[in-house]
Design a protein around this ligand. Structure first.
Ligand code: DON
Length: 537
């Protein structure tokens, strides 16, 4: 896979996002004198227009930000369960989970993105708010749709077609727009114009709030005026850990990303060096380490405003040593079996930005599944999320990603559902900004971000190769290793099976968007598995 990714280099600044038009917007904002957060806000809104399956106004996300003086902040604008939500709201009379947490009005948490963008801008932005929303207004009014987006809409046309506002927005003349044609979203352009003029107020208390609540009433959803008025983005203390002299900052709960990846790195740090890339020994070790980190994740983690979590212990080096000691170098340690399958939604999106002053933003945002709940808010032109499925809708039973989670992540009114998003920033041993990265991919986000960090630090790969390199994923349950299809030798797969592992091949959609310090500036890589783009100046 070496040489598969295109690495862009630039002396001053770098933007890498899931869509070339959004990358262009980020660069333009930097060019206008904006900083990394200005660009991040503008990119966030632009993605709502050009990457509707994941970019959003109706979803949520996380930012890890490091300013050039070294201060690191973490912003949580994750959705919350509506106040009328209840623990068992997705169970049928036999106690089994229904698909109402995935499609339709009941699937949505209270959106956080507009509040999040505004909170980030208010604390760190320098350009006027309206300047940052303006490029998205233009793109929503009309832009030429590319082949990936045309295919994404076509692929989900059955779901989108079952909700009238989604059908009229995404399936003009009952068909997905053809690639190369102009895609117009007038209602979205209007909403963005309102947000440009009035800020989050119009979304959470004004005209847009009214449209969201009317949509909920139309489809018996739960989000109320009270829910919207109460929504708040929250600043959190970032996860910080040392890995072989490097410093890793990542997202704390309500995302599990930083804690779970931190536990993986801590356990692996105990080996002086790792076995060679692609070897059976490395894959076995990684699978066993990931299994243990996900066992802890799935048991302990949830919204920090609702549950007590032993984060200090989970991230301590002695705990890592304990977990390391439980690994049998010759055999898989089974996780108690549960019959389940797992998917990896194709649709969250990550972007990384470094500005010319050296400020860095890592941002991951999502509607959860591709096109979220498939419900577009009538008159407002944006999709609502289906993030409620990230809760343990039936504790002990698998969700869409096959994750089997416990009480800590059960549904409660006003609570944030646990995420796996892992926006991360790494400093080199001299304390300089070194890597900015993240990915979509549900639970595979955590292991994809881990792989890129370890590929660079442990396996001395270039950033392009580190991102392109084939990946392994294990999440405790289902109890099997996912290996990237075609990425590993068949005899290695056989050897892993002989050690007691379930092994299946997987096509990866965890598109890493990364930036690395290079010898003369910044190196940007958009995952070659994606339709994204890196660009700098
Ligand atoms: O927050 C989470 O962990 C999920 N809702 C992310 C979903 C996702 O990455 C889907 N796309 N690839």
């Amino acid at each position: 896979m070496a040489g598969r990714a295109v690495a862009i280099t630039a002396p001053h600044a770098m933007v890498t996002t899931g869509h070339p038009l959004a990358t262009e917007v980020g660069l333009r904002i930097l060019d206008q004198g904006g900083n990394a957060i200005d660009a991040a806000v503008a990119v966030g809104f632009a993605l709502a227009a050009v990457l509707p399956e994941a970019g959003n106004l109706g979803g949520g996300g996380f930012i890890v930000y490091r300013d050039n003086a070294g201060a690191v902040s973490a912003l949580d604008y994750r959705e919350t369960a509506p106040l009328a939500a209840a623990r068992d709201m997705y169970l049928d009379s036999t106690g089994n989970a229904t698909d109402r947490s995935l499609t339709g009005h009941l699937a949505s948490g209270v959106p956080g993105s507009v509040a999040g963008m505004h909170a980030a801008w208010k604390r760190f932005g320098t350009l006027p708010w309206a300047t940052l929303v303006a490029p998205a207004v233009t793109l929503a009014a009309a832009h030429v749709i590319d082949s990936s987006r045309a295919a994404a809409i076509a692929g989900d046309s059955a779901r989108l077609g079952s909700f009238p506002a989604s059908a009229s927005q995404f399936l003009p003349d009952r068909h997905a727009p053809a690639r190369g044609t102009l895609f117009r979203q007038p209602a979205l352009a209007r909403s963005l114009r309102l947000i440009a003029d009035s800020g989050p107020e119009v979304f959470y208390r004004g005209q847009i709030a009214d449209l969201i609540v009317a949509e909920m009433e139309r489809g018996r959803g739960l989000i109320s005026k009270t829910d919207l008025a109460a929504y708040q983005a929250k600043w959190r203390t970032p996860i910080r850990l040392d890995y072989r002299g490097y410093t890793v900052f990542s997202m704390p709960p309500a995302s599990s990303g930083g804690v779970t990846m931190g536990e993986i790195l801590n356990i692996l740090e105990g080996y002086d060096s790792l076995p060679p890339f692609g070897s059976t020994a490395l894959l076995h070790l990684e699978a066993e380490v990931m299994r243990r980190a996900f066992e802890d994740r799935n048991h302990w983690l949830g919204d920090p405003d609702f549950v007590q979590m032993p984060l200090e212990r989970l991230l301590s080096k002695p705990y890592a040593a304990l977990r390391r000691g439980q690994i049998d170098p010759a055999r898989a340690t089974p996780t108690p079996p549960v019959a389940t399958g797992a998917s990896e939604g194709a649709h969250t999106t990550h972007y990384s930005i470094v500005d010319a002053a050296g400020n860095a933003a890592a941002v991951t945002t999502t509607l959860n599944d591709g096109f979220g709940s498939a419900v577009t808010v009538t008159g407002a032109g944006f999709l609502l999320n289906d993030e409620m499925d990230d809760f343990a809708t039936a504790p002990g039973k698998p969700n869409m990603y096959g994750l089997v989670q416990g009480e800590a992540n059960a549904i409660a009114p006003g609570k944030r559902m646990l995420s796996a998003m892992t926006p991360s920033i790494v400093l080199d041993p001299a304390g300089r900004l070194f890597l900015v990265l993240g990915a979509p991919g549900g639970p595979r986000i955590i292991t994809a971000v881990y792989h890129v960090i370890s590929n660079v630090i442990d396996h001395h790969m270039s950033l392009g190769d580190a991102v392109a390199a084939p990946r392994l994923h294990h999440q405790a349950l289902p109890d099997s290793i996912s290996l990237e299809r075609g990425g590993f030798y068949p005899d290695v797969l056989d050897a892993l099976r002989a050690m007691g592992h379930g092994v299946r091949e997987w096509s990866y959609k965890a598109h890493v968007m990364a930036i690395e310090r290079g010898p003369t500036g910044w190196i940007g890589v958009a995952d070659p598995r994606s339709g994204g783009a890196a660009a700098g100046y």
